[in-house]
Design a protein around this ligand. Structure first.
Ligand SMILES: [Zn+2]
Ligand SMILES: [Zn+2]
Length: 461
């Protein structure tokens, strides 16, 4: 390999079809005493010439001390980096002398390939530092209480339209108590989102690991996890590392259409079906149209029947392009304390309901103890459902399954009004290993879905 250039540098190359799903390294050398870097990436053509789908290339910047971020799938692939400031998608920090590299992340290259690219890097003066006050701390709320929020949101720090403040304003307008920040492959919007959220809206820090073979949310710490699964690495090892650090790992929209429509969106990590994952986003955006959510729920049922104790989640995946009138899936979570640790604990246990808006709660009693969705009961128990703000005519459905069997049973179904309470006869759960209760609308669309209650032995751990 040739000696990497110093600064300024202009490096060019060409990508063919075989370069798809690679991290093409472009090294350069930064001399001592450099206060800032300006990096620009251009490529042509942007479009293969036929059809509506463009090539999809982004860059990542990696310094001697590790990744500095990326701005996934954004038209603006120019970067300014210094100790105190950085372009959206990137993290500020010292400009260490030594070997740096840009990696061209080739998410999608369409036939006939043949993309010419150019990267320029120059040293620049650091902008005047503007001292920033730390974001105001969220004031935890003690419960127990059911709280409402969204687990999947993007900003212009990746490929969203929303600024972090606009994302927060939307969450507030929807009456949410919390909102997760899950930009693709970066966490750089966190500070601005927390500042906008103030003391009364909880931001759940996170990112969406947007790999070439599936998307996953890491929620909790706001750490910039490496999203690249390189040769010799596995997604299940990455998931285990994320979980070992205390973050939640959520398989996102596993049954989305994949390449070329949404390259990487279909879950294809064969070591993670579901592998060590415990949370699965079965409801992404609005329930319909399209089959991704019904198919995702079928997949989830199958994994329950295979004996995996899992938690279902919902997230809008809103990039700021949705209509404010849209009713995407989001969460109602039963927390002991509304705080980041309190929310992570409750979500990890599955103490949650997925909803497009209606309030819908499930509680049960076993040996004088209150059970929530996600909990285990020693055997059949009466399940109590409470709901309001639902469609005028809906269908309440009890779905049950057994380990080792294919498919599920509709154990009970009834027409219900916009609000009500019902306790289901425990006899309906006889022979079942798990049960989920759905509230559908008259057309079959999902209004709300409670996490499974697990029955009998063998689900612990
Ligand atoms: Zn995604
Ligand atoms: Zn997303």
């Amino acid at each position: 390999m040739s000696v990497p250039p110093g600064l300024p540098a202009r490096i060019t190359g060409r990508l063919g079809l075989d370069d798809m799903a690679r991290h093409v390294p472009v090294p350069f050398r930064v001399p001592p005493g450099c206060a800032g870097l300006r990096i620009a990436f251009e490529h042509a053509p942007h479009h293969p010439g036929a059809g509506d789908i463009p090539h999809q290339l982004s860059i990542s910047v990696i310094g001697p001390d590790g990744s500095r971020g990326t701005r996934h799938n954004n038209a603006d692939q120019s970067v300014l980096l210094s100790e105190t400031s950085a372009s959206p998608g990137y993290l500020p920090g010292p400009i260490e002398p030594g070997l740096w590299r840009v990696e061209i992340d080739t998410h999608r290259i369409l036939p006939p390939g043949g993309i010419d690219w150019e990267i320029t890097v120059e040293a620049v003066a650091a902008p005047d530092a503007v001292p920033e006050a730390p974001p105001p701390a969220f004031v935890p709320r003690t419960g127990p209480l059911w709280v409402r929020g969204d687990l999947h949101r993007h900003t212009f720090h990746s490929d969203g339209l929303w600024s972090p403040a606009a994302m927060v304003a939307d969450a507030r307008a929807r009456g949410y108590d919390f909102a997760a920040l899950t930009d693709h492959n970066t966490t750089s919007a966190l500070r601005e989102a927390q500042t906008a959220a103030g003391q009364d809206l909880l931001i759940l820090p996170g990112m969406e690991l947007t790999t070439f073979h599936g998307h996953a949310l890491a929620l909790g710490s706001g750490a910039l996890w490496d999203w690249r699964i390189r040769d010799g690495q596995t997604m299940s090892e990455r998931a285990a590392a994320i979980m070992a650090a205390g973050d939640l790992y959520v398989i996102a929209h596993p049954m989305s259409a994949g390449h070329p429509f949404c390259t990487g969106c279909f879950w294809a990590w064969s070591d993670m079906l579901p592998g060590p994952a415990r949370l699965v986003e079965v409801w992404n955006g609005t329930w319909g149209p399209g089959p991704k959510n019904p198919l995702g729920l079928d997949l989830f049922h199958g994994w329950l029947n295979a004996g995996h104790r899992l938690v279902a989640t919902a997230g809008s995946d809103d990039h700021g392009r949705g209509s404010p009138e849209a009713l995407p899936g989001h969460m109602l979570v039963s927390v002991a304390v509304l705080s980041v640790p309190g929310l992570l604990t409750a979500l990890g246990r599955g103490h949650a309901v997925l909803t497009s808006g209606p309030r819908f709660t499930l509680t049960a009693q076993a040996h004088g103890r209150d059970l929530l969705p996600g909990d285990c009961a020693p055997g059949p128990v009466p399940l109590t459902l409470d709901w309001s703000d639902a469609a005028p005519a809906g269908r309440l459905r009890l779905i049950t399954g057994r380990r080792g069997e294919e498919g599920v049973r509709v154990a009970h179904e009834a027409t219900v009004g916009p609000a009500g309470q019902v306790t289901l006869d425990p006899a309906l759960l006889k022979g079942a290993d798990w049960a989920m209760v759905e509230l559908r609308d008259a057309q079959g669309g999902m209004q709300a879905l409670a996490n499974p209650v697990f029955l009998g032995a063998g689900w612990e751990g």
